[in-house]
Design a protein around this ligand. Structure first.
Ligand code: ZN
Length: 372
């Protein structure tokens, strides 16, 4: 059924297109061409200019040939760095990069599976439901592309995001709340040799606060991390400024909020102890969601996998995806595993068999959409 040659070739072609976050122009153009030739109406939003990128999110729509609910699918067009000049090749049972870049299977696997499934539907003249595709930019920058996507144009009631590691058949039911924070510690500068007692070291305040913070794994649902600390100056000056950036995540939103409150308190106490100050900004980058096994998209995904004899496994994830935004905006959307491994590393790879299974899963979902 599946033309594996065509599937692997199209997957590798997509991997080879330069498409780092906010530089998805070539990918967006290529996908627009392919989708247009498959009969889709494709439009691009203005997200690119809003976020300082060279391409916007694509919305593509193919009217159904049969009565039934429309389905929407989503993948992201960007990949993490280093993602330029990817040279994909088949190595035994896997497709790999040359080891100097990521492969970009995250998320080209989802894109290639969708394109092959739809190509087959058209080729075989099979009936299909209305298919909507939302192909986002800058997913890897804290989902900034989908944050700006207008979901009101999507008419399908449920959707599938093809964007998770793990074996095909694994279904993500839960994803975390994500809070980002930045803190600026304020001290008083002074000469470090002549009069250090007149200074208040912002670096010392930050260091004290950080050692008292609960970081990394907090509990089964919650994590926290400091990603950067910055204060640059000569050694003979007591630094009056130091900045840190960090994040808190939790599958339980209340726990993310309460841990962020604890970190805030620790930073204020640390600053007060030294007679300094701190200003803290927090932003909820995306909201948590949880889908039940009985929810429509999960049931459909499980049925489709079972119809192929693929074992179904439910899981939660510590990472966000565009589904966080779709769910927050009232579009029940489930994330499906795509079979890729070692994501976000230069050892990223995908088993050929998983790419095939993913394509079959998408086909089964599209065929199930008609009967419903
Ligand atoms: Zn991804």
């Amino acid at each position: 059924m599946i033309n594996t040659n065509r599937l692997f070739t199209s997957f590798m072609e997509l991997c080879a297109i330069d498409s780092e976050p906010t530089s998805e122009r070539l990918m967006a153009d290529r996908l627009t061409d392919i989708l247009t030739s498959l009969g889709f109406t494709v439009s691009e939003d203005t997200t690119g200019s809003i976020i300082g990128g060279n391409a916007g999110n694509l919305y593509a729509r193919l009217e159904g040939t049969a009565v039934g609910d429309g389905l929407f699918f989503s993948c992201h067009m960007d990949r993490v760095v280093p993602g330029l000049g990817v040279k994909p090749r088949i190595d035994g049972d896997y497709i790999v990069s040359d080891g100097t870049t990521v492969l970009g299977a995250d998320d080209a696997a989802g894109l290639a599976a969708l394109l092959e499934a739809i190509t087959l539907l058209k080729q075989n003249g099979k009936d299909h439901p209305t298919i909507e595709l939302v192909l986002t930019v800058a997913e890897e920058l804290s989902l900034v592309g989908s944050r700006h996507f207008d979901t009101s144009q999507v008419t399908s009631r449920i959707g599938f995001v093809l964007d998770a590691g793990g074996d095909v058949g694994e279904i993500v039911l839960q994803a975390p709340e994500h809070i980002k924070f930045s803190a600026r510690f304020h001290g008083v500068s002074a000469h470090a040799g002549f009069s250090p007692e007149q200074g208040i070291s912002a670096i010392q305040i930050a260091a004290t606060a950080i050692t008292r913070m609960g970081l990394l794994r907090i509990d089964a649902d919650t994590t926290a991390n400091i990603g950067s600390i910055s204060a640059i100056g000569p050694t003979n000056i007591v630094q009056n400024r130091c900045e840190i950036e960090g994040e808190v995540r939790s599958l339980v939103p209340a726990q993310a909020i309460s841990h962020m409150a604890t970190l805030t308190e620790v930073m204020h106490h640390g600053a007060a102890e030294y007679g300094g100050a701190v200003t803290i900004d927090t932003v909820t980058s995306y909201q948590a969601y949880q889908l039940s096994e009985e929810s429509e998209p999960v049931r459909r995904a499980a049925q489709a996998a079972a119809s192929l004899g693929i074992p179904v496994r439910y899981k939660s994830t510590g990472g966000g995806s565009d589904a966080n935004y779709f769910n927050a905006r009232g579009l029940p959307t489930v994330v499906l595993s795509c079979g890729y491994e070692r994501v976000h590393t230069t050892k990223e790879r995908i088993p050929l068999r998983q790419l095939e299974l993913l394509t079959q899963w998408v086909m089964a979902l599209l065929e199930g959409g008609i009967a419903a």
